[in-house]
Design a protein around this ligand. Structure first.
Ligand code: DGJ
Length: 738
């Protein structure tokens, strides 16, 4: 049984309370409080001076106040009060047995760190709280801000060494979160290449569940996002706490139920092989850990997160505040599955003509255009246009694409090098390596050490030149392996582990610099599919490539998992050829189109071979998609029927902001025993408004009215046509307010 939360809300007269700003501080009780949307977050300075977590959940009354934080008691002589008390950012010291936020080694061998409150400063949207070790000049500034509209919290820490000697940071979290007592189900995303975005759900038990990447990058295998459902919470009901880490390097999130059943989540840099030497006067900034709360289940949590990503994180936003949003993505054509590396000027131009005829907005040439790139054995690192494939450079192709009314995008993989390249022959020392040890290749390539200043300059230099000399609207930025032998032999041996931070900082620096120099150029983050999708890269990337697996049936489950953490706006989805290369499955073009139309649509098939019927179908559905795309990619998403767990059916629905339009997708995977598609009861409409139903593909059942109230569509719902049966069938509808 979980014990009562020790610091229950008490109605006390507060001395200094202001709730107009998201953050306030009560100087009498030493309690900080942030309020935004339907959420309150409260912590305070306890009698020992530690920063103690007090409350995170539904918004409490403006006058409700908390008494001063009281440390939890020790549990016999085995668990000290220091370890049982949930702290905002606990140093490893004083007998801490739960996950520390910060662990350091001092030059004299001391490894004890106990952080106490020192001071604070109110900021525009929150507060910065300074902690200091009890007797060493190690300072940590905790940055908090809260979105006034939806209660999303942004947390990070700055660690500063004011000792005269260096300290080594062995573990540094961005934030630690404590949850109210409950029985929780943990949701997280797992996978592998071509199998990303599996929503994994399990009960939280005593002990720790570690979700992480040790790969130097975000990884396909786990994604830095979590959601914890309390008790019987489900897709649409009940309390959910969630968080997402904005870091594209090795990361770790630890979900821990301690010996007294308190549940805490701690996340930041992965402490595995970590060791960041902080010299006198230096600072280390952690990544940002975003956190949110919803009383409307996992669906409510993802809608909050989607909205936050669109309004506050993605680049190229237009407008300000909660109304800011990037434009819906152009419909793209990508050449990869059609031509792989066999790109030529004539071949690409032929594809471009066909793409334009379909109504595509952007033509993207994938791998194979540069250096001596004929296979994946050579060329990476040599970013000149291959003169045999493009004798006159890229200009003729780009001009052709423009003349067809599309803009042009190009594939690059800037952080990699093939040993068979001029770059590697000239600079073999530029890759991650330990001198005298093997350099393990994956896909015949090595990782350039972006942490090195010369590599950083090289990468920025060639990209800047490429974008300056060519009219390129979009880069697909790929990254096709993870790290091995992560040495940085320019630095002294005890400082080389800095590479885990410096590499990613330089990646972000390059992306930022490119945005400044070429503000209109858009970017896709791809890493052999979804290996680099996180809220750090999404500050620079307009879209992501969720998976190399383009099978439309597999994509339904992948897209379902993806949308728990990320908005459909960034979820690029191509329609490709059949039988599909991975599952050897054949599905109709309508099914493939509708599967992809749930995200940002792309075409990745060999359209040069498409017949008139296929061309007409794709053209019709691209035109339909263009009409409703903003609702699909930026509206509120409701996962009406999940495709997970071998479900026979699945369905999604999106509703735009002013509730004037809604789009419904329905898929049959394989009907059994003639079962009919379940009645679809819609969500999120205006109950009093009248909506007209129009089929984009497929038919509604004969009893379905052409027009009915939002209440009717939500309470009664509508049936599919009786003949909507079989294998791999798809239908889509739009509802428009009259
Ligand atoms: C991996 C990507 O995920 C693919 O889409 C394609 O761009 C290849 N790399 C090219 O090498």
């Amino acid at each position: 049984m979980l014990k009562a939360f020790s610091c229950a809300v008490a109605l006390l007269a507060a001395s200094v309370i202001s709730v107009a700003q998201p953050a306030s501080f009560d100087s009498a009780s030493k309690v900080f409080r942030l309020d935004g949307g339907n959420v309150s977050y409260v912590f305070g300075v306890n009698a020992r001076g530690e920063l103690q977590q007090l409350y995170w959940g539904g918004r409490i009354g403006a006058k409700d106040a908390f008494p001063q934080a009281k440390p939890m008691p020790e549990w016999a002589s085995f668990d000290s009060s220091y370890t049982t008390t949930p702290q905002e950012y606990a140093g490893w010291g004083a007998g801490l047995f739960v996950e520390p936020a910060l662990k350091v080694s001092f030059a004299d061998g001391n490894r004890d760190l106990v952080l106490h409150y020192e001071s604070h400063t109110m900021t525009a949207n929150g507060v910065d709280v300074v902690l200091k070790d009890i007797n060493r000049p190690v300072y940590v500034t905790l940055h908090y801000s809260m979105d006034a509209a939806n209660g999303m919290l942004t947390r990070s820490a700055t660690i500063e060494n004011r000792e005269e000697k260096p300290i080594t940071i062995e573990q540094a979290a961005a934030a630690a979160w404590a949850l109210p007592p409950a029985h929780y189900t943990l949701n997280y995303l797992t996978g592998r290449w071509a199998g990303e975005w599996t929503l994994t759900q399990e009960a939280v038990h005593p002990g720790a569940r570690v979700i992480e990447s040790r790969r130097g990058t975000t990884g396909h295998q786990a994604n830095p996002w979590f959601a914890l459902q309390a008790g019987a919470a489900d897709e649409n009901h009940g309390e959910v706490w969630f968080g997402a880490l904005a870091w594209s390097g090795s990361w770790r999130i630890t979900v821990e139920q301690d010996q007294l059943d308190e549940v805490r989540v701690t996340g930041g840099f992965n402490p595995f092989d970590f060791g960041y030497v902080l010299h006198a006067g230096e600072k280390l900034e952690t990544p940002v850990f975003y956190g949110g709360y919803s009383a409307h289940g996992l669906g409510g949590a993802s809608r909050l997160l989607h909205h936050y990503e669109i309004a506050h994180i993605l680049p190229h936003r237009i407008g300000t505040g909660e109304d800011a949003a990037p434009k819906p993505r152009p419909v793209i054509y990508n050449s990869w599955e059609a031509t792989e590396m066999n790109v030529t000027e004539a071949g690409q131009e032929a594809l471009a003509e066909k793409a334009a005829a379909l109504g595509v907005d952007r033509f993207v040439m994938d791998d194979g255009w540069f250096g001596q790139r004929k296979t994946d054995h050579a060329g990476l690192g040599d970013w000149y246009v291959n003169p045999e494939k493009f004798p006159h450079g890229l200009k003729p192709l780009i001009d052709k694409v423009h003349s067809l009314g599309m803009d042009f995008g190009l594939w690059v993989e800037p952080e990699m090098v093939n040993p068979d390249s001029d770059l590697y022959r000239k600079h073999p020392d530029w890759v991650l390596n330990f001198p005298g040890r093997p350099r393990s290749e994956q896909r015949n390539q090595l990782v350039l050490n972006l942490a090195r200043p010369d590599v950083r300059e090289y990468v920025l230099g060639f990209l800047d030149k490429l974008l300056t000399e060519n009219d390129i609207a979009f880069l697909k930025w790929d990254y096709n392996r993870n790290w091995s032998e992560p040495g940085w032999d320019q630095l002294p041996p005890d400082e080389q582990k800095k590479v885990y931070v410096a590499f990613i900082q330089n990646l972000y620096w390059i992306l930022d610099e490119l945005h400044k120099r070429h503000p209109k150029v858009e970017l896709e983050s791809c890493s052999g599919g979804g290996g680099r999708v996180d809220l750090g890269i999404l500050e620079y990337a307009d879209e992501v490539w969720p998976s190399d697996n383009t099978d439309p049936f597999d994509r339904l489950t992948q897209q379902d998992g993806f949308t728990y953490a990320y908005t459909p706006q960034v979820m690029m989805a191509w329609v490709t050829d059949v039988p599909h290369w991975l599952n050897l499955r054949t599905t109709s073009l309508e099914y493939r189109m509708l599967s992809s139309m749930q995200g940002s649509l792309g075409i990745g098939a060999n359209i040069a071979k498409w017949n008139d019927e296929e061309t007409a179908t794709a053209k019709r559905l691209i035109a339909e998609y263009h009409k409703v795309q903003p609702t699909i990619v930026q509206g509120d998403l409701y996962r009406l029927i999940s495709p997970r767990n071998g479900s026979e059916f699945s369905a999604t629905q999106t509703v735009n902001k002013d509730k004037s339009q809604s789009v419904v997708f329905a898929f049959i995977h394989s009907t059994q025993e003639g079962r009919l598609f379940p009645r679809l009861k819609l969500e999120g409409l205006d109950p009093k408004a009248e909506y007209t139903l129009t089929a984009i593909e497929g038919k509604a059942g004969p009893q379905t009215p052409a027009t009915a109230s939002g209440a009717w569509w939500m309470h009664h719902g509508f049936d599919m046509d009786m003949m909507f049966r079989g294998d791999f069938k798809a239908a889509a509808f739009r509802l428009d307010r009259k």
